[in-house]
Design a protein around this ligand. Structure first.
Ligand code: FAD
Length: 310
């Protein structure tokens, strides 16, 4: 039995979500191989070879693999897919874009957002926005999984010395091309990897107030900024800050929820945080049911006070 992890990378380095996926792959049993499909991606392949627990790195390089286009990456995975018992993708935007295509091409079911590997064919995954955990047994010969990265520790990024094997490129599927990419520039930590997150809700009332109150607090704490969907929908915060069922899943050491009610869809994205602090003026707000520390207060008074105290 051999397990393949499809690495997420930027051609130069491996992204953190891959390390958590390697841990999930190791739990499936058997050797763990890593596919690095990219262009001029030797750097990423060398970094992949250092990951502890990886037995082999497969490197496929071609211009059409440069940008991680889902159609081309799925075709590349298909070249080798049938050699493997399991194909694992991080449940990130990129992984979730490719895994279903591969599952469909293999005509197997996809196991989405796996949070625990019970055995080689049995997995746990959250359902109903995390209100229940389903234990799912797959009878498919090849299991295609997306892995909830916050549920697995990161494999050590070094300590391994896997060989790198070149793979022939599958060719351009001709179905998509990248027209452009805009990066949001921020000095703050990446939301997914941040140890501390300050997250704001609808109660902030405007984009200006969101920034005026929460940015200094995040600066003091060295935190990333997040938001509820209501705050994003109202335009107070950018879309890629959204945390929850239809946003990002995070599990930082400290999650500070400011003016967020704690709707089940929001909790689905943050309730595994190590320490949760909530500021809300409504003592009945559901966020208090998951908070380790709750402050029943008006955020417009409490946040400036907190910033001064820090
Ligand atoms: P509200 O529910 O309006 O809560 C505002 C809170 O602020 C209240 O608790 C209030 O007491 C408090 N407050 C008000 N004024 C003050 C003040 N001055 N000081 C202190 N506290 C104050 N939501 C997400 O967040 N992420 C998701 O991914 C997500 N996905 C969804 C998917 C689906 C299919 C659906 C149906 C919904 C989804 N939602 C998601 C929306 C979710 O149901 C809630 O509507 C949303 O989370 C509410 O955001 P909020 O807590 O900021 O706003």
């Amino acid at each position: 039995m051999t397990v393949l992890v499809i690495a997420e990378h930027d051609n130069a380095a491996i992204k953190g979500a891959t390390l958590n996926t390697v841990t999930a792959a190791a739990a499936c049993g058997g050797d763990v191989h890593l596919l690095v499909a990219g262009h001029n991606a030797q750097g990423a392949a060398e970094a992949a070879a250092q990951i502890a627990g990886v037995a082999k790195v497969l490197l496929a390089e071609a211009p059409e693999l440069a940008d991680g286009l889902a159609e081309n990456l799925a075709a590349q995975v298909m070249v080798i897919a049938k050699r493997y018992s399991h194909l694992l993708f991080p449940a990130t935007a990129a992984g979730k874009n490719v895994a279903p295509r591969v599952a469909a091409l293999l005509d197997v079911g996809q196991l989405s957002d796996v949070t625990q590997v019970v055995s080689a064919d049995t997995f746990e995954r959250p359902i109903y926005a995390g209100s229940a955990i389903a234990t799912v047994q797959s009878i498919d010969a090849i299991k295609v999984l997306t892995v909830r990265t916050t549920a697995f520790d990161a494999a050590p990024a070094d300590g391994g010395s896997a060989p790198i094997e070149n793979q022939p490129a599958a060719g351009d599927a001709g179905l998509s091309s990248l027209l452009g990419r805009e990066f949001s520039k921020s000095d703050r930590p990446d939301l997914i990897a941040a140890k501390t997150i300050v997250s704001g809700g609808r109660a902030l009332g405007s984009s200006d107030k969101f920034n005026d109150l929460l940015s200094p607090l995040a600066d003091k704490l060295g935190a990333a900024l997040g938001a509820s969907r209501a705050a994003v929908d109202a335009g107070y915060a950018p879309n890629d800050w959204q945390i929850g069922q239809t946003g990002k899943i995070v599990a930082p050491q400290l999650y500070l929820a400011v003016g967020i009610s704690g709707a089940i869809q929001h909790l689905a994205g943050m309730k595994d945080s190590k320490v949760i602090v909530a500021i809300n003026k409504d003592s009945e707000a559901p966020i208090f049911s998951v908070a380790d520390y709750g402050l029943e207060a008006d955020l417009f008074a409490a946040v400036p006070e907190l910033i001064r105290a820090l």
